[in-house]
Design a protein around this ligand. Structure first.
Ligand code: DSN
Length: 402
């Protein structure tokens, strides 16, 4: 076990000493982590509360019921399945509940900011269903008129919105109108923006969508896992049987307990303040980079895209590596109109969910922008950049105290 503990300590040091700007990462609270490490991991509970295939489930039943109640309260919905082990599992079950195999989904392609499970050739999704994609405008924004036009031509079973690398607010009401016009069901994958929706800082998809899926570990700041929500009574049974027994076996009751704690935490004023500060930090960093002369998208949420190729003559892959060398973690990402492959890319996706949890201020967000700009431009060397990283993180909470 020593070798594993050693590596965990190294990972803890890496997380404490670095600036984490991967838009899909966050730091779960002590209480969430305590649930993940609890004895609930010992329990088998295939089935659903009150309808299990194993004995001894009275306490995990109650825990799962609390998680369901809390997430329904948080997002204002009628039904939730809290068992998906991940966002991908949640999406797989949602597709199965929404349409027969071979059904057609209109979605955003991975390269434009969609997710692997939104029809990528390397994902199960494109092997089981037919995907057609709507384009973004040249500036990377959604064009609801072209979405509607393609929906009228393609007549999909499902229109999917909610993305992994999209920096703007999504108008779910407009998408519902298009769904109604073409008689499609509406699915939203809110994994990235779930925390913003919980804090009421982004339009909620719940009143409009037939199914909403999410992860619980991104802006929602809970344990690694997935959820499925609906207000459509026709879909409840289909969702449950798609999750178990179709795609999954025993639920992870320790993670479900951690989800319950996360939903309670996300229902507090402190969480609302966190989300407001996360969005302000993201905007500040994007604006400062632009004022310094870099090319980046605007942002209405927790992330933006930085064009490293035109700003610094570096591909996204090169910029990611250079930043990693000084302890700043980002991920290479396609930018609007990208001509390079997804393995190289012309930019980076930058998000502030994790650093804001540690206490990143607006002033820190400007300092981070200046650090990225000066280092990628070659105005400061690696040692100078590392000193700036050290000085920025020195005022932040240690991750084990969160
Ligand atoms: N892989 C996640 C992300 O980084 O956005 C989505 O699941």
């Amino acid at each position: 076990m020593e070798d594993i503990l050693n590596l965990i300590q190294k990972e803890q040091d890496r997380q404490n000493n670095g600036i984490e700007l991967i838009a899909s990462e966050n730091y779960a609270s002590k209480n969430v982590r305590a649930m993940c490490a609890s004895i609930l991991t010992n329990k088998y509970a295939e089935g659903y509360p009150g309808r299990r295939y194993y004995g001894g489930c009275e306490f995990v039943d109650e825990i799962e019921r609390i998680a369901i109640r809390e997430v329904c309260d948080l997002f204002g919905c009628e039904f939730a399945n809290v068992q998906p082990h991940s966002g991908s599992q949640a999406n797989a079950a949602a597709y199965r509940a929404l349409m027969p195999e071979g059904g057609k989904v209109l979605s955003l392609v991975l390269n434009d900011g969609g997710h692997l499970t939104h029809g990528s050739p390397v994902s199960f999704s494109s092997h089981m269903y037919t995907f057609v994609h709507y384009p973004l405008d040249k500036d990377g924004r959604l064009n609801y008129d072209s979405l509607r036009q393609i929906a009228l031509e393609e007549k999909p079973n499902v229109i999917l919105s909610g993305y992994s690398a999209f920096p703007y607010e999504i108008d779910f009401k407009k998408i519902r109108e298009i769904c109604d016009e073409v008689h499609a069901l509406m699915m939203v994958d809110m994994a990235h923006i779930a925390g913003l929706i919980a804090a009421k800082k982004h339009m909620s998809p719940i009143p409009y969508a037939d199914i909403v899926t999410s992860t619980t570990h991104k802006t929602l700041r809970g344990p690694r896992g997935g959820i499925i929500l609906t207000n459509n009574p026709d879909l409840i049974k289909k969702i449950n049987s798609a999750v178990f027994p179709f795609y999954q076996g025993g639920p992870l009751e320790h993670i479900i307990a951690a989800k319950a704690v996360c939903f309670k935490e996300a229902h507090t004023e402190a969480f609302k303040e966190y989300v407001a500060s996360l969005m302000a930090n993201t905007k500040k960093c994007a604006q400062t980079l632009k004022e310094l002369g870099a090319i980046a998208t605007d942002t209405d949420n927790h992330l933006f895209l930085l064009n490293t190729l035109d700003s610094f003559g570096l591909t996204g892959k090169e910029a990611q590596q250079k930043l990693e060398d000084i302890g700043v973690t980002t991920n290479k990402n396609m930018i609007p109109g990208d001509k390079l492959s997804p393995k190289e890319t012309s930019g980076l996706r930058i998000g502030f969910a994790a650093v804001t949890t540690r206490g990143c201020t607006l002033d820190d967000a400007s300092r981070i922008a200046k650090l990225i700009y000066d280092y990628l431009k070659g105005n400061i060397n690696q040692e100078e950049a590392k000193d700036i990283v050290k000085s920025i993180v020195s005022s932040w909470k240690e991750i084990q105290e969160i």
